[in-house]
Ligand binder design. Structure first.
Ligand code: C5J
Length: 220
């Protein structure tokens, strides 16, 4: 057990029961021309999380931590895309339309892929998810059970959408979540701050909040 400084109190990390879960660090969210920008967002607001995450990923690999990545996206025939999600935002382009990085948020298209800085390596499961939460309609629950994972270090984008939804899903499944403030980001900095506060409020109602430096020190 390793103690990590966190809010609302220190997190007792059990490395053999823990995994790093990196949510949706995809070109479609983080680079110009993808889904994030199609919805009117400034993707630069997410890019500050890349460098801390790159350092954390290297430390987690070095420490032998189990690592998983997720990608939000849909089948090319859109059979797993709710119509309510497709039309949401009323933008000029939406999920499935052609964009500068291929069809937006479609599995197999360049924009759907994980950014090169954080690219998964062999042995790191990549979980494709059609929803915001990583447990919905995926095999994440099975992987977590098979690996005996009881704790998730949760990073990625965006803090108040897919990160938060996944943390809430994990919390209801009895999994402890440690969310890292500098390895998550939002198109709305005020939502990022509020989302982190929501995790740690009320004695850690959804989990704990820490940062990459504290976790890297604990893994060393
Ligand atoms: C969004 C995500 N924001 N990964 N997806 O649509 O948070």
């Amino acid at each position: 057990m390793v103690s990590i400084p966190a809010k609302p109190y220190d997190f007792a990390l059990k490395p053999e029961r823990a995994a790093l879960l990196i949510i949706d660090m995809q070109r479609d969210f983080v680079e110009p021309g993808g889904f994030g920008e199609a919805l009117g967002n400034d993707v630069n607001l997410l890019r500050g999380s890349i460098e801390p995450l790159r350092a954390l990923l290297a430390a987690a690999r070095q420490a032998g931590l189990f690592i998983m990545h997720t990608r939000e996206g849909h089948k090319p025939d859109l059979s797993d895309l709710h119509e309510t999600k497709r039309v949401r935002g009323k933008g000029k382009v939406t999920i499935g339309d052609e964009g500068p990085m291929g069809r937006i948020l479609i599995i197999g298209e360049p924009g759907h892929d994980i950014i090169p800085e954080l690219y998964p390596i062999a042995g790191e499961p990549v979980i494709d998810k059609p929803g915001k939460g990583a447990f919905y309609n995926t095999d994440l629950a099975d992987i977590v059970a098979w690996q005996g994972i009881a704790q998730l270090i949760v990073c990625g984008v965006t803090t108040e959408v897919c990160v938060h939804t996944t943390v809430r899903e994990a919390n209801d499944r009895g999994i402890e979540c440690l969310v890292l403030s500098d390895c998550t980001a939002s198109y709305f900095p005020e939502f990022h701050e509020a989302a982190l506060k929501m995790v740690a409020a009320q004695g850690g109602i959804f989990g704990w909040v820490s940062d990459s430096e504290s976790v890297i020190a604990a893994l060393a």
